[in-house]
Design a protein around this ligand. Structure first.
Ligand code: CIZ
Length: 301
């Protein structure tokens, strides 16, 4: 973005009382113009706390919906309305109710990568940063965990609760090739390999740590290694390089989310001008989803 365009963004932000929030998987040029970059939990918190009246949410639809669920009085704009999440699309209300009928003693923990209508049918939500803590907090011995199978498996290995796992996945993370990770490990023996829990267990077995993006940042902060192999969406490497310019980061596993790359500076500029397209939800669904999302934020605060 040119200096002139950056100035226009700044002026419009002031005029609209707007803030730009961007997920760590967004392209570099979006992370560069954002007021805050983070994971979905951090961004939801920012959305709820910010005094801004308008939130330009650079991410995918479920994230902007979560911001609207937590801050209905603010205008939440998703600059690219077609930025979806195939993982979130793995679950629908009717099938979720079907699984709940099969396990009447279980409460449902829904990964935030899911549609608001499914959140409205759930007891609570979680992100990759707090999944184990949230599952442990639920007042039932049995839990339905949806929609990410790999994260569900990750949680079941860290709790004594009985977990009924939904069969869904993020096709970018689930498609990671463990051989590629093993080759990278051999090539850079001194580097630490960090992978996301949405990757399959074969990837975890090769890694030094299995972490959400916020956890990866904290890991690097407290590590004395100077090179890291990053097994999550490639945008995270730009974020890490920005935060830790004196360390080396390499994206491994070819994990690229095309939906995350649909946001462009031009679309952000257009949204600031027009305040469109805004994300809204049926108020009844929003209210019920708010209960589930709030239970999560209470546990992780
Ligand atoms: O929860 C998020 O923001 C996602 C999608 C990834 C992560 O681990 O931060």
């Amino acid at each position: 973005m040119s200096r002139d365009e950056m100035n226009v963004v700044e002026e419009l932000k002031k005029k609209r009382k707007a803030v730009i929030l961007a997920h760590s998987y967004q392209p570099p040029e979006i992370q560069d113009i954002a007021d805050f970059v983070g994971d979905s939990l951090e961004l939801s918190r920012k959305a709820a706390e910010t005094p801004a009246e308008v939130i330009i949410f650079c991410g995918v639809r479920f994230m902007a919906e979560t911001a609207h669920i937590l801050a209905p009085e603010k205008t939440v704009i998703l600059p690219e309305p077609d930025a979806g999440c195939p993982l979130a699309d793995c679950i629908d209300v009717e099938s979720l109710r079907g699984m709940q009928a099969l396990h009447p003693d279980a409460l449902t923990v829904l990964y935030v990568n899911s549609p608001a209508a499914a959140k409205a049918e759930s007891y609570t939500c979680c992100t990759s940063a707090n999944a184990v803590k949230v599952v442990e907090s639920v007042p039932s011995r049995e839990v339905i965990f949806a929609p990410d199978r790999n994260l569900g498996l990750f949680v079941s290995g860290r709790t004594t609760k009985k977990i009924h796992i939904w069969e869904g996945s993020c096709r970018c993370h689930d498609g990671v090739n463990p051989d590629e990770l093993a080759t990278a490990r051999e090539k850079w023996p001194g580097a630490r390999l960090l992978v996301h829990p949405e990757t399959p267990p074969e990837a975890w077995n090769l890694a030094d740590a299995v972490l959400g993006t916020g956890g990866m940042i904290r890991y690097v902060e407290s590590s004395d290694a100077d090179m890291f192999l990053i097994g999550t969406e490639e945008g995270m490497v730009y974020r890490l390089r920005t935060l830790f310019p004196d360390r080396r980061f390499l994206s491994v596993g070819s994990i690229r989310c095309e939906d995350m790359k649909k946001t462009t500076p031009e679309k952000v500029l257009r949204s600031l001008r027009t305040l469109e397209p805004a994300v809204t939800l049926d108020p009844v669904i929003r209210e019920k989803a708010f209960r589930a999302v709030s239970r999560m934020t209470e546990v992780s605060s």
